[in-house]
Design a protein around this ligand. Sequence first.
Ligand SMILES: [Zn+2]
Ligand SMILES: [Zn+2]
Length: 769
Amino acid sequence: MDAGEMDGALGETIEISGIVQGVGFRPFVYRLALRLGLDGTVSNAGGRVLIHAGGPRAALDAFAAALVAEAPPLARIERVERRPAALPEPGFRIVESGAGTVSIGVVPDVATCPACLAEIADPTARRYRYAFTNCTDCGPRFSIVAGLPYDRPATTMAGFPMCPACRAEYENPADRRFHAQPIACPACGPRLWLEREGTEIASGDPIHDAAELLRTGRILAVKGIGGFHIACDATDADAVATLRARKHRPTKPLAVMADLPTAHRLCVISPEEEAALLAPSAPILLLPLRPDAGLSPSLAPGQSHLGLMLPYTPLHHLLIAAAGRPLVMTSGNRSSEPQIFRDDEARAGLAGVVDGFLLHDRPIARRLDDSVARFAAGGLRVIRRGRGFAPLPLALPEDFDGAPPVLAMGGELKSALCLTHGARALLSHHLGDLDEPATGDAFETALADYSALFAHTPQVIAADLHPDYRASRLGAALAEARGLPLESVQHHHAHIAAAMAENGWRRADGKVVGIALDGLGLGEDGTVWGAEVLVCDYRECRRIARLSPIPLAGGDAASREPWRVLLAHLDRALGRAAVDGDAGLAKLFAGKPVPTLRAMMDKGLNAPLASSAGRLFDAVAALLGLAPDRLSHEGEAAMALEAVAEGEAAPYPFAIAAQGDLMEIDPAPLWRALLADLASGRPLPAMAAAFHAGLADAFVSVATKAADEAGIHAVALSGGVFQNVRLLEETVARLRARGLTPLIPSHVPANDGGLALGQAVVAAARQMA
Ligand SMILES: [Zn+2]
Ligand SMILES: [Zn+2]
């Protein structure tokens, strides 16, 4: 008989690992133990939660089941281990963490929970209409953490001493605010005010006054969780036009915030999409816009989808309710600079953009952009990983256990860092484009920030093969300074490796076929790649096919001016005489410096060869009249092409031929078919659909051949072009029809925002030998 077994009562220790610290887990355990009448203690122990419990067998079993089933929304339970133990003392207590206890848990910021929402709507509650209400289940986290352990003095709430009422809640294990570090109320917490021309507007109700300004067409800066938004009435075309003009943002889509009933009136929302909108991460979701939505048409010109989010702080809930309409909530920055998150920078930087500021005095510890996602191929696809997702760790496949810690530097655009520790990877939030000087500084700050916060000391540095990327240079300098190995990882290998890792592909699982479709990345042969079929494992990568390369006349200029790429494609496919002899094309290229470009291409002068899928989209969009002469943002033409595509269409043909060991996917037949259809007046939606189907068809047939020859059953898809839902779904359907398993990124962006994860796992695998 067990020593602890008396009167039918048993003793047990229960050890829980996963993300269980800083998420309200111990008070949850306490309340659960009281409910089930158990004795014992709960404590944090080295990143795990340790419970010593005593009671009848049935109650202990119910307890263990409820620990998993009813865990707080932020917790991620990885393992529960139960062992017999002596009976505990009567009663249940929370044991304080001793000094030196390492807290692993820094969790993402969490959207306002239903309980807090009910409280701010209750006129009898002391937090009625209080914009900074939060509890252990919700509120700011990563955006207020300045250091570890995660405790109030190490957050930007340090300057707000708790009032006695908040203190009592904070110290009461039965209260839902027990140890909620950002706990606050109107008596002791952050304050909200409205400011115009440097002066605080004396106002009893800044929310009401801000809403009034928005309703009358004014533009406001609103300080939120991870930075400033610029807000205006989304139904007011003049206000939207003014915002665009002042922000120098002519066409890039603007995100909208609305309450749920309004969201349903604006967009078609599936149950899965509604759940994602309401989730603690509360991302911006790209959703099909209803034609009768009544929004300003200039919100997302040429797009079929709208970026929509629900209010995710009490401040946003109150503001949206007071405004009584959907609001534009676009990042508060100038042009392509990083989002502003400090008050003084906002006052200086946004003075010419906004008519007023809705401010508060809780500092933001780090910039966190809103996350952006959409649903495609049956799952959530994160496009920008920011607030609400970072810094949730990603579990790597189990045989990465024992890997040396890696710091991966990411790419040049949509930069993000990745820090690994054994079989866990921490992919940072979106840090912006490093070709912007201001972003470069923010990147270095983030590197220091993450390394310190997560006490990370790398043994390997991983970077893109491109030596001139700012991140690669920084990585090389770090490796040099610390005497660490530097692993250079080819851009598309990193894309595919990220998709493998997120899908649990183990090192032991061997090779996959990878289809990498994106804009541009430096290839192993020194040319620019962007539409490749690879056969790879984590360590090595062999290219077996590419899209036929074309010269990008003017280099970067070709990425901004689609007609340059169109000219190169048509010259290659039809010959110059045929291009010049076509009346329609002559009109298209009228006034363009065609002879100069051709001379550059002939001489190879600032005309690098590239096999880019992104540029193929640009060129097709240009031919179909869907691209302006000069793009105002990356992906503009490709998104217009996706938006116009409609229905099923037979795929346009591509030629597939071997060039030595390399297969070449040649779009020449596509161009002939497109020109013939244009001449015969085929509707654009069908032509765009046939293009998507044709591209998917060509790459899947090459991938299938490679998979068959090598006895491979999995095909990983990645690269920014796979953000295109139609292309992704056409590709996935074809792979499945051929019995192949697609590996698709979900919480890791398919675009360059996911590169760092791929670099990290490749470097780790190479070091593990
Ligand atoms: Zn709450
Ligand atoms: Zn208080």
